[in-house]
Design a protein around this ligand. Structure first.
Ligand SMILES: Cc1ncc(COP(=O)(O)O)c(C=O)c1O
Length: 378
């Protein structure tokens, strides 16, 4: 008897298990005793009463879903208001909200890299930028990590439109790209710069206005920025920020905008509330950075190999994927939730624990987290 058409999956599953790389979904309870250094709620806003009340109010007023794509029925006044506020806060002419940061990256890369163009992409970029490159009509050249000289060289080989694509803060190690140098290289070559500021918004720059703002690139005619609403803003969704003509082009050309249902009103409303809170309480951004610095300092004092954080992500090296999984599980047993990054999510094959600093962590919680990580270290 013929087997199932999906029998080939068994072999993949066996190889994955052998390599210690099996992933499983684990529903988390609404209330937990765990100290959370695994989520991306950098500013502690996802359960802020103003933010959750805004989500509920938006759902009551506009409905649970957006009802259609942005171009049909999926644009509400809330979406328009969020776009104005995001653009204004980060210093760009215009913004476009999409249903996730992933969709925003696919939109921006594909729409800005037409046939015959060159995309220069950092080797450490997030999967959503990589997938954008794969879907784009232009040709992609991957360059070594955070290396403006390599970008200059790549741009030098090409005639025609070019765009350089990079995370501002890399999600695996929490290190930042040298954004000013990268922008200078782009200007020199007449290339566009597309920065994914998923980990910079709310954490870096004046009051959390992001890495491009900090680098003096806000409002520049040759810079486009993508953000997620799901980390610092504690909500869900994504956005592209940039010159009005780029945003108008995306409305007409970005398939993840045109063929996707608009962001749910509750997500738009809560992101808007979080953004307004951040304007009012800009010290949250500085506190998230200070917590990250303290985590790194204490981990290093304990003799652990942690990467100096440029924003709120702190990465600690583990000797193997199996050891990383065991380490994270031991932390959990001792009351601490941490992220665990293993291949294929890490470009260099090095497994890590991934900690996220939060503005609402106390000094005592930071010390407790480091003590747990150190006690359970392989
Ligand atoms: C650097 C980076 N870009 C984009 C995304 C995708 O954003 P979203 O989760 O909103 O799809 C993430 C994380 O999720 C990220 O870390």
């Amino acid at each position: 008897m013929a087997g199932s058409p999906f029998d080939w999956i068994d072999e993949q599953a066996r190889l994955r298990a052998q390599a210690g790389l099996v992933r499983t979904l684990r529903p988390r309870p609404a209330e937990s005793h765990l100290l959370d250094l695994a989520g991306n709620d950098y500013l502690g806003l996802t359960r802020h009463p103003e933010v959750t009340a805004a989500a509920a109010a938006a759902a009551h007023r506009w409905g649970a879903g957006a009802t259609g794509s942005r171009l049909v029925t999926g644009t509400t006044e809330l979406h328009a208001e969020l776009e104005r506020d995001l653009a204004d806060f980060c210093g760009f002419e215009a913004a476009l909200v999409l249903s996730s940061g992933y969709a925003a990256n696919l939109a921006a890369v594909t729409a800005l890299a037409p046939h015959g163009s060159l995309i220069v992409s950092d080797a450490g970029n997030h999967a959503s930028l990589i997938d954008g490159c794969r879907l784009a009509r232009g040709t992609t050249q991957v360059v070594p990590h955070a290396d403006p000289a390599a970008v200059r060289k790549a741009l030098g080989t090409h005639e025609g439109p070019a765009v350089v694509v990079s995370d501002s803060v890399f999600s695996v190690d929490g290190d930042a790209t040298p954004l000013s140098e990268l922008a200078a290289v782009c200007r020199e070559a007449g290339a566009g710069l597309l920065v994914d500021d998923a980990h910079g918004l709310g954490v870096l720059g004046d009051g959390g206005r992001g890495a491009p703002h900090a680098a003096g690139l806000a409002g520049s005619a040759d810079t486009v920025v993508t953000v997620t609403l799901s980390k610092s803003l504690g909500s869900q969704g994504g956005a592209v920020l940039g010159p009005a003509k780029v945003i108008a082009h995306l409305v007409n050309a970005a398939r993840t905008l045109i063929f996707d249902t608009g962001l749910a009103p509750a997500a738009a409303g809560s992101a808007l509330a979080a953004l307004r809170l951040l304007r009012r309480e800009p010290e949250r951004a500085a506190r998230a950075r200070a917590v990250a610095t303290k985590l790194h300092e204490l981990l290093t004092e304990e003799g652990l190999s942690a990467v100096r954080p440029d924003a709120a992500v702190v990465s600690v090296r583990a000797p193997s994927p199996e050891a990383a999984v065991r380490w994270a599980a031991d932390c959990r047993r001792e009351g601490l939730a941490v992220g665990c990054f293993r291949p294929p999510s890490v470009p260099d094959g090095v497994s890590r624990l991934r900690l996220t600093a939060r503005a609402d962590l106390s000094d005592a919680q930071v010390a407790e987290a480091v003590a747990t990580i150190s006690r359970t270290a392989p």
